[in-house]
Design a protein around this ligand. Structure first.
Ligand code: PBG
Length: 350
């Protein structure tokens, strides 16, 4: 018996040829994440010199405006071009109509004015437009009577959201980003902005936002969990399933995208990111608008917990995660890793 030789012709195509060296791999890489693709989220509180670490999101803190500004400067220095601001106010000022949401002296409006003054057009300022951080019950809209107890009243919420968007635009927002999932809010906000002389302020719509378990840490951070506001038969639900999308639905994303485009959205968001890569790819294929994905708080907390437990290599896992979201079709990514990843070189090829 002779030694067994090759049993057939050698393969003509060997994809491994282009994987041999790091230089070759760099040369043919098909996805590259640049700092300007990352958008850094910040939680802003009213007090000066206030820094409140968020237990469920290690490394993230709520900041007073004076502490926020140096962070924005750092972000710019890292090559980040945009920040999104979430306001956090004390429970005492929350009420049924979310009065603090359009307070011109609230933390978001104040931060916008100061950041615009400091950074001008260099930094794109985006604001979250939603009532959940400002209502006493934690829902994203105002409540009204429903057939089976209190319900989030879609149409009564639109003027409040529009007023919040106008307040942000007046204070210096470049883009307003409605995350409430009320029907018709893009059209309502668009006409309110136009009427107020802000035709140039864009709308980054959370077009495709699922009712997800992965928002838990954010709700801790923002104090915005839907608490129901009572236990009686008329109490509103303790979840957002009556307005955010059902995670089982994909085709419904097409409907939301088409509606928001028709209503005048300038950019479209898919949220969360990692468990919804199929949705990101589909929305990318359907729309020619820029697509944004939100790598949300629970996704961040999960990676942080695994890395802290020594179960994952943080740098490699963050790089792979953000690259995968970009590869799936997200032009831009909201991520709590924006600054740490750039600061520590986690996105660089190994
Ligand atoms: C407000 C809002 C939420 C998030 C962004 N905007 C919370 C929610 O819908 O309950 C979640 C962001 C994150 O989890 O990082 N509606």
């Amino acid at each position: 018996m002779t030694d067994a030789g090759p049993t057939g012709p050698l393969p003509l195509h060997r994809p491994r040829r282009l994987r041999r060296t790091a230089a070759l791999r760099e040369m043919v890489a098909q996805t590259r994440l640049h700092p300007e693709r990352l958008i850094a989220p910040f939680f802003v509180v009213p007090g000066r010199s206030d820094r409140q670490p968020i237990a469920s999101m290690p490394g993230v803190a709520r900041l007073g405006v004076d502490l926020l500004l140096p962070q924005l400067e750092r972000a710019l220095g890292l090559g980040i071009r945009a920040a999104v601001l979430f306001g956090v106010v004390p429970a005492g000022v929350k009420d049924a109509r979310a009065s603090a949401a359009d307070d011109v002296d609230g933390p978001v409006a104040t931060a916008l004015r100061e950041a615009k003054r400091a950074f001008g057009a260099d930094l794109t300022l985006i604001t979250d437009v939603c009532l959940c951080g400002y209502t006493e019950h934690g829902h994203c809209g105002v409540l009204g009577p429903g057939r089976h107890g209190a319900e989030v009243d879609n149409d009564a919420s639109l003027p409040r959201l529009s007023s919040m968007a106008v307040t942000h635009a007046e204070a210096g927002a470049d883009l307003v980003s409605p995350s409430d999932m009320m029907d018709g809010r893009v059209a309502a906000i668009r006409s309110a902005l136009d009427d107020a002389g802000h035709a140039g302020v864009g709308i980054l719509s959370y077009a495709v936002k699922y009712a997800s378990a992965f928002y838990g840490p954010f709700r801790d951070a923002a104090g915005s969990a839907p608490s129901g506001g009572g236990d009686g038969p008329d109490a509103p639900p303790r979840d957002r399933a009556s307005y955010q999308m059902d995670p089982r639905n994909l085709r419904e994303a097409d409907l939301e995208v088409d509606l928001d485009e028709a209503e005048g959205a300038d950019l479209l968001m898919v949220k969360p990111a990692m468990p919804y890569l199929d949705v990101i790819a589909r929305v990318r294929a359907r729309s020619s608008l820029p697509i944004v994905a939100y790598h949300v708080s629970g996704e961040y907390a999960m990676l942080e917990a695994a890395a802290a437990a020594g179960l994952l290599d943080r740098a490699a896992a963050v790089r792979e995660t953000l690259t995968a979201i970009h590869r799936a079709g997200a032009d831009l990514i909201f991520t709590y890793y924006a600054m740490p990843a750039l600061e520590n070189g986690w996105l660089d090829a190994p």
